[in-house]
Design a protein. Structure first.
Lengths: 112, 113
């Protein structure tokens, strides 16, 4: 059974703080790792799709790194803002399956 | 505008009354999926389709059916809904099985009493 784990489950930070969370996934048969941002009452939106070991991607204040050999990815938010409050999901795609396996997410709340 | 649409957005129904949740995408994507989201469990895949007339079970297919007669549409059918199918449902599509990002519909909140 493929398992994707995210930590922490939830995080409360002050506006301006930088933060990061972790996604752990199986290190074998890696194909791609997705990050999504999911705001309350909306649908998940893609942030990054990462495919290569050592990949680093950036979108504004949000960036992500990927280590496929050890099976983890970090998502960083620099200078958090209240509008960054959301649940951040990662999802793993292996060579052996067509299914994206989602973690349960990290819920971020940024207080002004 | 590129999008995935779902209808209805909210539905309250009774046990055993057949229902269909429609899903449509206008991006010519080959790959479409249905997920359910339950507290503490994350998104779990119900069914997916790699192309027209090609569908397969996801992790939680029991009690659901799907069809893919046209590339753009992927309806989810509950033949005899039960209270344990009360959930938030998302349809999603992506270009193909490869590494492209997935686009999600707005969600359907289903309550079965």
């Amino acid at each position: 059974i493929l398992n994707v784990e995210q930590s922490p489950q939830s995080l409360h930070v002050q506006e301006g703080d930088s933060t990061n969370f972790t996604c752990s996934f199986p290190s074998s048969n890696f194909y791609a790792l997705h990050w999504y941002r999911w705001e309350t009452a909306k649908s998940p939106e893609a942030l990054f799709v990462m495919t290569l070991n050592g990949d680093e991607k950036k979108k504004g204040r949000i960036s992500a790194t990927l280590n496929t050999k050890e099976g983890y990815s970090y998502l960083y938010i620099k200078g958090s803002q209240p509008e960054d409050s959301a649940t951040y999901l990662c999802a793993f795609l292996s060579y052996n399956t067509d299914k994206l396996i989602f973690g349960t997410g990290t819920r971020l709340q940024v207080f002004p | 505008e590129a999008q995935v649409t779902q209808n209805p957005r909210y539905l309250i129904t009774v046990t055993g009354k057949k229902l269909t949740v429609t899903c449509s995408q206008n991006m010519n994507h080959e790959y479409m999926s249905w997920y359910r989201q339950d507290p503490g469990l994350g998104l779990r895949q119900i069914y997916y389709s790699m192309n027209v007339e090609v569908t397969d079970k996801g992790d939680v297919p029991e009690g659901y059916k799907v069809s893919r007669k046209e590339k753009r549409n992927f309806p989810l059918i509950l033949e005899s809904p039960s209270p344990n199918q009360t959930s938030l449902y998302f349809c999603a599509s992506r270009v193909d099985r490869a590494s492209y990002e997935q686009y999600f519909g707005p969600g359907t909140r289903l309550t079965v009493t």
